[in-house]
Ligand binder design. Structure first.
Ligand code: ADP
Length: 598
């Protein structure tokens, strides 16, 4: 059922464990020592019982000898306990250390991988933020648990069990055989338990996800919920999920207790069988058997059965790891997802783009561009116009090399985009989106994102150019204020300041003022005017005021270029552009505005 076997899981984990092989070697040695320690009680008890028995049978108890026996066992048992505690401590600590280090390495590795992936990866089906995140979280958790389980739990328990079995066999073959026969029975019951409970575990896991997703939804939509007075509906929805989960939880628990009871019972049967057998052997005076040996075998048998009691938990963990490992290693090994890059890094980038016969389909299967040919001349402003979904942003995505076209040719300054060094290309492009990402941190840090080497003076200058300076100065902490506290319009100016400080020769503006008020739009238009000098600018906008400022426009409709030329030419041609333009003027109520102003 699982595509991955335990063997291939361990093989894939090995590179992450290998750097810590000394840690493992030490832990395993300690483990062995610990296993030896675990058998000491049995040996001591065996000897003590026999020695005391011998004393009693002499008739008159020799107290000096009895005292010697008692002192000796006290020293041995206490000494053993001291050593065993030390061993256990080191073993636990080293094991935990191994788990923490491996988990750190795995997460560092996966993050650095993720950063190299191409855009298409992040928009592909199944890679949505939440899913990706849970794949990574669960993968790291269950894989590092596996490492811990395997080296720190399974190994000690099983060495101890095997050692105890060997000692039993050495003392008496028959008793050893009885103990050995019980073991497969345990495995069998555990296996049934794990299989039966797998479905339950999975559905509880899914319910947990549903619960947290539900709570998340409530918090996110609290305004809507309250304004529609839909608290009851939401509460009921949560109740349904909770009720379903309660049922599952109780059923799983019940099953788990039943199986645990069955296993305890089996263990007791084993112990009883061993007592009967050893007692019988003592009674018939079998060579090597004594009363002490009854104790000896019973204690050893508990060492054999102890690990098997843990088996179920380890089995579950391992099963989870097998499920999560696939998705996780899938991420680490997705070499085909790594963004491609050429090596072309010219001294100067002009910004002359050309697209010829470009088709493009998104990973989800939406065909967004059909046979698009256009030219973005260096140093000019080009506006992309069209209704929502026409493919304007897609063109910008392709020019920034976020995606590869299905077919056709895209060149920048005459060199195919694929031959360009991707980082170098993006170093020369400034991208401002409708909603720009503001990182957690101060305003200054957010502006510096555009150029980490810039000085504070550069930041102030960039803020001034983006019409942000006055507003920042009014804030209590100025540039040290958290950027997340800014309003949408102010955040947009941070993004524009970020572009000023980066100072690229090419600028893509994707509806930069869509979420701004009129004054801010006006100011940003002035900042755009200021930066467009000598740069290549592509602007996507629904604001006709910004469109008519362009040197040329391309009109897109359903992924095709339908018109192009200067704004006046295209308007005179009629068609889609004229429709958009006129509707836009009407929606602004241009006549009344003119009357009001007149
Ligand atoms: P515009 O910028 O003109 O509003 P877009 O270029 O964003 O339009 O979108 C063009 C088409 O591509 C639309 O049909 C849209 O649904 C689709 N699309 C956009 N982004 C993605 C994506 N990441 N994955 C799949 N389809 C997308």
């Amino acid at each position: 059922m699982n595509k991955m076997s335990v063997f291939s899981l361990l093989r894939q984990l090995w590179p992450y464990v290998r750097p810590y092989r000394w840690l493992i070697a030490i832990t395993v040695s300690l483990t062995f020592l610990g296993s030896l320690m675990a058998q000491v009680n049995a040996v001591v008890l065996d000897r003590t019982v026999d020695a005391i028995n011998a004393l009693i049978q002499q008739g008159d108890v020799l107290w000096s000898r009895a005292a010697r026996i008692l002192v000796t066992i006290s020293i041995i048992l206490l000494g053993k306990e001291v050593v065993a505690s030390l061993v256990t401590f080191c073993q636990r600590y080293f094991g935990e250390r191994l788990r923490i280090l491996v988990s750190r390495d795995l997460s560092l590795q996966v993050v650095s991988r993720l950063l190299t992936f191409r855009m298409a990866f992040f928009t592909a089906d199944g890679n949505e933020t939440g899913k990706l995140q849970s794949r990574i979280d669960r993968g790291i958790m269950s894989l590092s648990n596996t490492v811990n389980n395997f080296f720190i739990e399974i190994l000690p328990l099983f060495t101890s069990a095997i050692l105890a079995l060997v000692l039993m066999f050495l003392a008496n073959v028959y008793v050893g055989l009885v103990a050995l026969c019980i073991v497969p029975l345990y495995f069998w019951v555990t296996n049934i338990q794990a299989t039966r409970m797998k479905g339950g575990r999975r559905s509880i896991f899914q319910s947990h996800q549903a619960v947290s997703q539900g709570i998340l939804n409530i918090i996110e939509s609290i305004t809507v919920i309250k304004s529609f007075n839909r608290q009851d509906i939401e509460a009921r929805r949560q109740e349904d999920i909770q009720l379903a989960m309660t049922g599952q939880q109780l059923a799983t628990r019940r099953q788990s207790f039943l199986f645990n009871g069955l296993k305890s019972f089996l263990e007791q049967i084993g112990t009883v069988l061993i007592i009967i057998l050893t007692a019988y052997l003592v009674l018939i005076d079998y060579p090597g058997m004594s009363i002490g040996k009854i104790m000896y075998h019973v204690m050893l048998f508990s060492n054999v059965s102890a690990p098997i009691r843990q088996l179920h938990r380890i089995y579950d963990d391992l099963n989870d790891a097998l499920i999560y490992a696939e998705g996780f290693f899938g991420l680490l090994q997705a070499r085909d997802q790594v963004e491609e890059s050429g090596s072309y890094r010219p001294e100067k980038v002009q910004g002359d783009f050309e697209m010829q016969g470009v088709d493009f389909t998104y990973p989800g299967g939406t065909k967004a561009l059909h046979n698009v040919s256009l030219r973005i001349p260096a140093g000019k402003i080009t506006a992309l116009v069209g209704l929502s979904g026409a493919g304007k942003s897609t063109i910008v995505n392709l020019l920034d090399k976020f995606y590869q076209p299905d077919c056709g040719r895209i060149t920048l300054d005459g060199t195919p985009l694929s031959e360009w060094d991707t980082q170098w290309l993006r170093e020369h492009i400034g991208l401002v989106l409708q909603k720009n990402h503001i990182f957690e941190g101060t305003i200054e840090e957010n502006i510096l994102y555009g150029n980490p080497d810039a000085t504070h003076e550069d930041v102030v200058e960039a803020a001034r150019q983006a019409f942000l300076l006055d507003q920042v100065m009014q804030l209590p902490y100025g540039f040290q204020t958290s950027a997340l506290q800014l309003s949408g319009g102010q955040q947009q100016r941070v993004a524009i300041a970020r572009m000023f400080i980066k100072n690229p020769p090419i600028i893509f503006l994707d509806e930069p003022t869509a979420s701004l008020d009129a004054i801010a739009t006006e100011q940003i238009r002035s900042s755009i005017d200021a930066i467009k000098q000598g740069r290549t600018v592509i602007i996507i906008s629904h604001n006709i005021g910004q469109i008519i400022d362009a040197d040329q426009i391309y009109v897109l409709q359903e992924g095709r270029v339908v018109q192009s030329g200067t704004p006046q030419e295209v308007y005179r041609q009629g068609g889609v552009y004229k429709e958009i333009f006129d509707a836009s003027a009407r929606s602004m109520n241009a006549d009344k505005i003119a009357q009001t102003m007149g």
